[in-house]
Design a protein around this ligand. Sequence first.
Ligand SMILES: *[C@@H]1O[C@H](CO)[C@@H](O)[C@H](O)[C@H]1NC(C)=O
Ligand SMILES: *[C@@H]1O[C@H](CO)[C@@H](O)[C@H](O)[C@H]1NC(C)=O
Ligand SMILES: *[C@@H]1O[C@H](CO)[C@@H](O)[C@H](O)[C@H]1NC(C)=O
Length: 355
Amino acid sequence: MAPTDWLWWPLLLLLRLTLLLTSCFVSESVSTTSFPKDLEPLNVVNSEQSYQYPGFQGLLQDNDTLRLGLDFQRMLRINHMLYIAARDHVFAVNLTTASEEFVPQLKLTWKSTDVSKCTVRGKNSDECYNYVKVLVPRNDETLFACGTNAFNPTCRNYKMTSLELVGEEVVGQARCPFESSQSNVGLFAGGDFYSATMTDFLASDAVIYRSLGEGRPVLRTVKYDSKWLRGIYFSFAFVVFSRVARVCKNDNGGSPRVLDRYWTSFLKARLNCSVPGDSFFYFDVLQSLTNVLQINQRPAVIGVFTTQANSIPGSAVCAFYMDDIEKVFNGKFKEQRTSDSSWTPVPDESVPRPR
Ligand SMILES: *[C@@H]1O[C@H](CO)[C@@H](O)[C@H](O)[C@H]1NC(C)=O
Ligand SMILES: *[C@@H]1O[C@H](CO)[C@@H](O)[C@H](O)[C@H]1NC(C)=O
Ligand SMILES: *[C@@H]1O[C@H](CO)[C@@H](O)[C@H](O)[C@H]1NC(C)=O
């Protein structure tokens, strides 16, 4: 399989795994490990100095913005345009002129229509807006956007140059979360839309989903199966690990007997961001990740990690070479015998095919 045949994601807090070693393990490792000191920054810009730079305050006359702020959700740069997805709006800033005046050249307003139904559902009424959580290029001319739309996720296509609506709305479920606070990822590859998100109102069903393509079947991860993905709504008794997951683009799903309409190529691996010592101190919660960039002329990603909520607060920046990540996906295959046991390596002869 060529590297371009697969896709992978950091699963931002989407995954949790039971771990029997909890805080006692962590505090022991800390008492014997000297915690690394923060590096000295090369340059610091304080808040007063930052006012010298052009800024965008948003819609100052808008009552919702005054109360809730702009609620930026996504940024997307295409050539000299910067698209900013926020609550009820998408802004497009022309970067050629932004160094003097940071004012959107285009503004799209997309509000939820069914706010009354939303307030009845009994959730926080600040969620009865349209938080635009997906904003990705669909092709050279079209942007694909999805919003929470007051707990009724919906997707639309817009013309890149004018932010004009193109075609019909489509259902956003499994493509966009129901709430602004939930993490999600989405991208187009080979005409298919791949998304990782919660698929339901209660945020109990996490999914990696492929849809909207022509010819390829719609595929998803197995529902409510913690071996695949473990939902974020589980309590703090579970420990969060940062993971990357990989699926193959040419995956057509299983047969009617096994994994019908499910991925057959789904694999996940742990991102190990740790500090050595007598025992390792782990930064296991992935907060953010760059796109693939070059480090030492090798494709790599850089992530910001923090510690578990029940651990000593700390953060770290770790970089991973893509070929190392690929090696892990081809390395030792582990399994979990029951849903709360630890993951252990499988003897070579028992590795399932396809993995
Ligand atoms: C914004 O709030 C002011 C003061 O509460 C009110 O008079 C005005 O009608 C509101 N504007 C809109 C568009 O709701
Ligand atoms: C951005 O602004 C420059 C200078 O005004 C203009 O020439 C260019 O066409 C604009 N780009 C887009 C994509 O509108
Ligand atoms: C994390 O990486 C370190 C350094 O390579 C290694 O010694 C340690 O065993 C790794 N931890 C896990 C859980 O794989």
